[in-house]
Design a protein around this ligand. Structure first.
Ligand code: FAD
Length: 323
């Protein structure tokens, strides 16, 4: 049971970065386990080029399954069929919601175990050991599996490393279970702000839970527009988790690390997990109604007050100054 099966999520001809990280990590581990990495791709129009490209990250096989993409159940059917026919000890999913759903389904199907939010993997005594941060990331728990093991990574936990060349693609026939026909993707749309590259912005206006509701991100949008140039809007995890802003705009330990010339926080408390992603900003300005908010301990300029009155006034002042 030395091979590792990896699921690769893809969209419009591009394989998801978290999946590439999972393939890269699995290829290192498989070498230590004396096995290979086989990558399953599930979808209706996956080209040879896209499927075969998984070889560049260390996969020995690209297994293409013609089934609906973007929903968990066909992925469970596909991976279960492949795992039943081969010598697989583990399946690995990169970070992302489909991994949580499909990984859990696969573990249940195969009577195996599952470990989620994994940030590190290593081989010890011929067995995979998964590392999972616990207690607010202050400790790491180590998980071993009895029987088949399914690992779901934390977003951005696995590094993408190129280590090989494209491989030939094998088509695998899978008979889909009844459950596979019960859910389908109706439409796919871009989330607001998902295209913003916050890592490149000079000015970052960051919205926190203090904004109160998603519509109030317009205060951040207006302020960013007033600055103009290379300005963008970002968010804390609390705002992202509440569904107010897309994950692509999240700063922090489980988001992006940024170093703009100006970081301006609107209703951001300044939790350590946020701070680690923005502390290198050249100038940190915070607007918060609580004078004891932690962000004031490391802000260059702190404004104590209600963001709902201060932000529009600031936006108007900047517009006036720019003429
Ligand atoms: P809150 O902490 O709720 O702060 C809201 C602030 O708004 C308060 O300080 C309040 O005084 C102020 N406020 C409210 N109303 C107003 C008003 N009208 N005017 C002015 N101010 C107002 N967080 C991240 O950001 N990024 C991460 O990557 C991240 N990763 C994490 C990973 C782990 C493992 C864990 C455990 C946590 C992580 N967090 C992360 C969460 C983090 O601990 C905080 O919960 C989060 O940063 C808080 O977001 P916030 O500042 O928007 O909300």
């Amino acid at each position: 049971m030395s091979n590792i099966l990896v699921y690769a999520l893809h969209h419009e001809g591009a394989i998801n970065k978290n999946s590439l990280g999972a393939i890269s990590t699995a290829s290192k581990l498989a070498a230590e386990l004396g096995g290979e990495v086989h990558v399953a791709l599930v979808g209706e129009d996956i080209s040879d080029d896209v499927a075969g490209s998984v070889g560049k990250y260390g996969a020995a096989k690209a297994l293409r399954v013609n089934a609906p993409a973007g929903v968990a159940q066909p992925v469970v059917d596909a991976l279960d069929t492949i795992a039943s026919a081969g010598d697989y000890g583990y399946a690995i999913f990169g970070g992302g919601l489909l991994g949580f759903e499909a990984g859990a389904g696969l573990a249940a199907r195969r009577g195996g175990g599952i470990a989620v939010e994994i940030t590190g993997l290593r081989v010890d005594g011929g067995q995979l050991v998964a590392e999972r941060p616990i207690l607010g990331d202050s400790s790491i728990s180590e998980i071993k599996f009895k029987g088949f093991g399914v690992v779901v990574g934390r977003l951005n936990a696995f590094e993408v490393v190129e280590s090989g060349s494209p491989v030939a693609v094998e088509d695998v026939a899978v008979s889909l279970s009844d459950a596979s026909g019960k859910v389908s993707v109706v439409t796919r749309g871009e989330q607001r702000g998902a295209d913003v590259n916050i890592e490149d912005a000079n000015v970052l206006i960051t919205g926190g839970r203090g904004l109160g509701k998603p519509e109030n991100f317009s205060l951040a949008d207006d302020l960013a527009k007033a600055f103009g140039g290379n300005s963008a809007v970002a968010a804390t995890r609390a705002a992202v988790d509440a569904g107010w802003y897309p994950y692509a705009g999240q700063i922090g330990q489980t988001g992006k690390t940024v170093a703009p010339k100006l970081y301006l926080g609107l209703g951001v408390s300044g939790a350590i997990q946020h701070k680690v992603g923005m502390q290198s900003a050249e100038n940190i300005v915070a607007i918060n109604k609580d004078s004891n908010a932690p962000i004031f301990e490391f802000a260059d300029l702190g404004v104590v007050g209600d963001l709902h009155t201060i932000t529009p006034a600031l936006t108007e002042a900047i517009k006036a100054k720019k003429g």
